[in-house]
Design a protein around this ligand. Structure first.
Ligand SMILES: Cc1ncc(COP(=O)(O)O)c(C=O)c1O
Length: 298
């Protein structure tokens, strides 16, 4: 699955630090920390006419990631909401929109890793694009397990939603080489962690399982699915799950803001059934409830 550029995004306005710029002029300095060391945190947000899905949870995760990385001058939720609203209004976006919200440690006075070189505060970027769900959720996606492991907390805690995405990008390259849609990443012990850009659930014998969030991003869509299962009394548990268990699942679902809920129909050449009753039920419940999870910007 290769995303295409959408001509509707050719002339979008992008918010950087404190104001909007046309796409062609939307740039950060070569001294910005994101360029220097991938020293930034980010969120992906989805916009519906009802608002932004789980906005507060996303802003909390952005704040917590920035605090863990000891960013100075973290913009308040109110400031970020205003910046998002300004960007969406400027682009006339109320639906079919995905926002890449990035907070970099900001510009450095000279190149180098040391955060003390950052003396002009952090830099917020609101990049809103026309972008409907990116995966083919009707037909599902095919994935391959990769040799690249997902970080465990002793290396770089997967609970920080940071821009050091290289281990996930290497997994994606391995999937591309194999002609598959996404790379399935194991943790350092060999249990399933997640896909390179989304979380995983499996359905087996009327129960739902998802890997512990030890080595995956604790995704907000993942959390919504867990909450939905609890609300509708579907048995759900976090567990250490092996590839073999996923190969033999009754159904597998990938979750994330970019694609929402996507059936996985093949793992390492093993066909995974699609259309299991419980798998369909979870997807239907999410599709019905996602708009209830939206938060309006004032
Ligand atoms: C590595 C990774 N896993 C999972 C997800 C899904 O998270 P969410 O549901 O919060 O979009 C993302 C999204 O950014 C991600 O980058």
């Amino acid at each position: 699955m290769l995303q295409k550029s959408n001509p509707k995004n050719d002339n979008i306005q992008v918010f950087i630090k404190d104001k909007l710029y046309p796409r062609s002029e939307a740039k950060v300095s070569v001294f910005d920390s994101s360029v220097q060391g991938g020293d930034a945190v980010w969120e992906g947000l989805r916009v519906y006419p009802e608002g932004i899905v789980c906005l507060d949870k996303h802003l909390t995760r952005l704040h917590e990631s920035a605090k863990t990385l000891a960013f100075a001058d973290i913009p308040s939720k109110e400031f970020i909401k205003k910046a998002i609203k300004q960007t969406l209004d400027a682009n006339g976006m109320t639906d079919d929109t995905h926002i890449r919200l990035t907070l970099t440690r900001g510009e450095k006075i000279t190149s180098g890793m040391d955060p003390r070189l950052n003396q002009s505060g952090s830099c917020l970027i609101v990049l809103a694009e026309w972008k409907p769900l990116v995966y083919d959720n009707d037909h599902g996606i095919k994935v391959i397990s990769t040799s690249q492991r997902r970080n465990s907390p002793q290396f770089l805690d997967s609970k920080i939603h940071h821009n050091n995405l290289l281990n996930n990008i290497i997994a994606k390259i391995q999937a591309n080489v194999a002609g598959k849609d996404a790379g399935l990443m194991l943790d350092d012990r060999g249990f399933i962690a997640e896909l390179n850009g989304s979380n995983l659930f499996m359905v087996k014998d009327g129960k739902v399982f998802t890997p512990f969030a030890h080595a995956c991003l604790p995704g907000i869509t993942r959390n919504s699915v867990i909450e939905l299962c609890k609300k509708y009394e579907i048995e759900i548990s976090e567990a250490d799950i092996t590839l073999s268990q996923f190969y033999n699942a009754d159904g597998v679902i990938a979750t994330g803001t970019m694609g929402e809920l996507t059936p996985v129909v093949e793992i390492d050449g093993r066909i995974i059934p699609k259309g299991d009753k419980l798998q369909n039920k979870i997807i239907d419940l999410f599709t019905k409830e996602v708009r209830r999870l939206c938060e309006k910007l004032d």
